[in-house]
Design a protein around this ligand. Structure first.
Ligand code: SF4
Length: 262
């Protein structure tokens, strides 16, 4: 491909998205992602510096990338992370700069991230029941994560705020409906994403997946849904509540086998 030609995939589709993992470290220990004692982290000298990330993103932007998502690990544990956001937001061609976070450090960094130019934020929450959240993440941190969600939602410039959940088979109907309320009452987009093998504890089994159809059935027992047109290139099915609350629940059929934090 000549230098400067737009990036295309094998089917000739333009590539406009770039995902940058800024660290492999994390302050949670979700049992489906990593063991309780953590992982052998990548040595610091092998991690891209802010300058290197900025240079790479600028090169990709020159090739047509417009949407950049910052992920980890947990991106907010990277020191001076908002400074990286500011560098990337200033790059010509970067039109959409987003972040996927577990939310633990979000309340403390929300204002700085917004000032630096973050456009959208996804917060990963797998249960809205405190004990269950602790069981999954091995951290008693639900309240702190919800405070982070509130903090970022206070900035209308950051929109939409999405909540990613990986529903496990034992996720009860009550918990699913708590997510619905979060969507209906707070305006967050809730996305249920299937559990996939990552797989820190080698714990993945097909019977550990709560299918999107099952989640959708739980929602529909309480709320009528209508399906919205699928977004271009999206594997997710998107639904709105039929009673006029124009809040979406994406992925009840969980077609997106994406790492949920990313
Ligand atoms: S799933 Fe995300 S929040 Fe949980 S341990 Fe892995 S990187 Fe951290």
């Amino acid at each position: 491909m000549p230098l400067g030609s737009p990036l295309e995939d094998a089917h000739g589709r333009l590539i406009g998205d770039l995902r940058v993992s800024v660290t492999d470290r994390c302050n949670f220990r979700c049992h489906y992602c990593m063991p309780a004692e953590g992982m052998p982290w990548i040595p610091r000298e092998e991690i891209l510096s802010f300058e290197e990330i900025e240079r790479l993103v600028a090169l990709f932007a020159a090739l047509g990338v417009t949407d950049v998502r910052l992920t980890g690990g947990e991106p907010l544990v990277r020191r001076e992370f908002p400074a990286l956001v500011a560098r990337l937001a200033a790059i010509d061609g970067v039109a959409d700069l987003s972040l996927t976070t577990n939310g633990y450090l979000l309340a403390g960094q929300a204002a700085e991230l917004v000032a630096a130019g973050i456009d959208r934020v996804n917060v990963s929450i797998d249960s809205l029941a405190r004990a269950r959240f602790f069981e999954i993440t091995r951290r008693d941190a639900l309240d702190r994560v919800l405070a982070g969600l509130d903090a970022i939602a206070a900035f209308p410039a950051v929109s939409p705020v999405k909540v990613n959940a990986v529903p496990m088979p034992d996720l009860g109907r009550d918990d699913v409906l708590r997510f619905c309320n979060l969507a209906r009452e707070r305006g967050f987009q809730v996305r249920f994403i299937e559990f996939m093998p990552l797989d820190g504890d080698r714990a993945w089994r097909a019977d550990k997946v709560l299918t999107g159809a099952a989640v959708r059935a739980m929602v529909e027992a309480e709320h009528e849904l209508r399906e919205l047109p699928r977004e271009p290139h999206s594997t997710a099915r998107v639904f709105a509540f039929a009673d006029g609350k124009a809040i979406r629940i994406a992925n009840p059929d969980a077609l997106a086998h994406a790492k949920h934090r990313s």
